[in-house]
Ligand binder design. Structure first.
Ligand SMILES: [Zn+2]
Length: 316
C-alpha cells in the first residue's frame, strides 16, 4: 500500500519546495500530490492562466527525490473565472444565482466558459511530465460539503438550472423547457442527463490524460447511494472505466470521529472493488497518521492520501 500526502502550494519557490519534498520523503510517505494551480488566486486577477504553477518542474523534482507523484486538477471551481466580465454564475432551482459566501466558487459544467476552462486544463496537463496520478477535484458541483450538510428531504437535486443547462437539457429530451418546474416532471431524465454530463467530462479527461497516468476522482463524504442525486457522480461507472475513486473522509472538518470514517468506507467496500478506492484522510499528528495507515493496511486499499502537508509537517 502506498501512502501519499497532499501538498498545496500557493507560490512556487524551488528551494522551499525541494526542502519540503525531502521532509515528506523522510516522514515515510511514498508519494506527494501537488496542486497544479495556486491555492489562492491573485487579488483582482481575472486571468486564470496566471493561476498555474510550474508543474513539470515540480514533478521532476519529486521524482528526483524518489517520490511517486500526483497532480491535483481543480475542475469546476475557480475564483478567477468568477472575476471575468463574461462569466455567469450557476443558478439554483428557485432561479436565484449562486452567491459564494466563502472560498468555494463553483462553475457550471455546461457554462461555455467553464467547459473551456476544463478542456484547456486537461489539454495543458497532457503536455507536462506525466505524473503517476491525476487527481480530479471539484467535480462534485455544486455541493459545498465542507460547509453544508446533505439535505435528505430535498426532492430536487442541487444541480445547476442556468440557461445553458436548461437549453442543453431541452435539446437532449427534444422538448422546450421554459421553467425549472417543468424539470420536476422529467426527474429521471434530468438525473440521467446531469450524471452523463459529469461522466463525459471524466471520460474525456481519461482519454486525454490516461495514457501514462492513472486517474483518481475525488468524492464528497457521502454514501454511495447519495452521490448520484447530490453530485451527479456515478462511482461504479467511474471505476468500471478504470479510474480510482477517493472519498473525502475529513472527520475533523465534519466534526466526526473514526467510526464515521469506518461506516462510510464499509459501505464502499460492500459495493465496490476495494482495489479501486484510495481514501483521503485528515491527519495532523504522527499518532493519527499511524493509526490510519495501519487501519488502511488491514483493509488492503491500494493507497491512502493524507490532507495536508502544511498542517502535518510541524507535528511529525
Ligand atoms: Zn448550468
Amino acid at each position: 500500500m502506498s501512502t501519499f500526502v497532499k501538498y498545496i502550494v500557493n507560490e512556487y519557490n524551488r528551494i522551499k519546495f525541494s526542502e519540503n519534498l525531502s521532509r515528506i520523503k523522510d516522514a515515510g510517505f511514498d508519494g506527494v500530490f501537488i496542486s497544479s494551480t495556486k491555492s489562492m488566486s491573485l487579488p483582482d486577477s481575472a486571468n486564470w492562466r496566471s493561476d498555474f504553477l510550474p508543474i513539470s518542474r515540480m514533478i521532476d523534482l519529486a521524482c528526483e527525490k524518489g517520490l511517486k507523484t500526483g497532480v491535483i486538477l481543480v475542475c469546476f471551481h475557480s475564483p478567477s473565472l468568477w472575476k471575468q466580465d463574461s462569466f455567469s454564475p450557476p443558478v439554483g432551482f428557485s432561479g436565484a444565482a449562486y452567491v459564494p459566501d466563502d472560498w468555494y466558487h463553483p462553475i457550471c459544467p455546461n457554462n461555455p466558459i467553464g467547459l473551456e476552462y476544463f478542456y484547456r486544463l486537461i489539454d495543458k496537463m497532457a503536455r507536462i511530465s506525466a505524473p503517476d496520478y491525476f487527481y480530479l477535484e471539484y467535480l462534485r458541483f455544486p455541493f459545498f460539503w465542507e460547509k453544508e450538510e446533505l439535505d435528505v428531504q430535498n426532492r430536487v437535486p442541487p444541480f445547476c438550472y442556468c440557461p445553458f443547462c436548461v437549453t442543453e437539457f431541452s435539446s437532449v429530451v427534444g422538448e422546450i423547457i421554459t421553467s425549472p418546474q417543468q424539470i420536476i416532471e422529467m426527474m429521471p431524465e434530468w438525473l440521467q442527463w446531469r450524471s452523463t454530463t459529469i461522466f463525459n467530462a471524466i471520460i474525456d479527461a481519461k482519454l486525454t490524460l490516461g495514457k501514462n497516468s492513472k486517474l483518481i476522482i475525488s468524492l464528497p463524504p457521502l454514501t454511495l447511494i447519495d452521490l448520484p442525486f447530490t453530485t451527479g457522480q456515478l462511482p461504479l461507472a467511474i471505476t468500471d472505466e478504470g479510474c480510482f475513486v477517493s472519498p473525502y473522509l475529513h472527520h475533523k472538518q465534519k466534526k466526526k470521529n473514526l467510526m464515521w470514517v469506518e461506516d462510510l468506507l464499509d459501505q464502499y467496500r460492500l459495493d465496490m472493488k476495494i482495489r479501486k478506492i484510495l481514501p483521503c484522510f485528515e491527519a495532523s499528528t504522527r499518532k493519527e497518521l499511524d493509526k490510519y495507515i495501519s487501519w488502511a493496511r488491514e483493509n488492503v486499499f491500494p493507497g491512502v492520501i493524507f490532507h495536508e502537508w502544511s498542517k502535518l509537517r510541524d507535528n511529525l
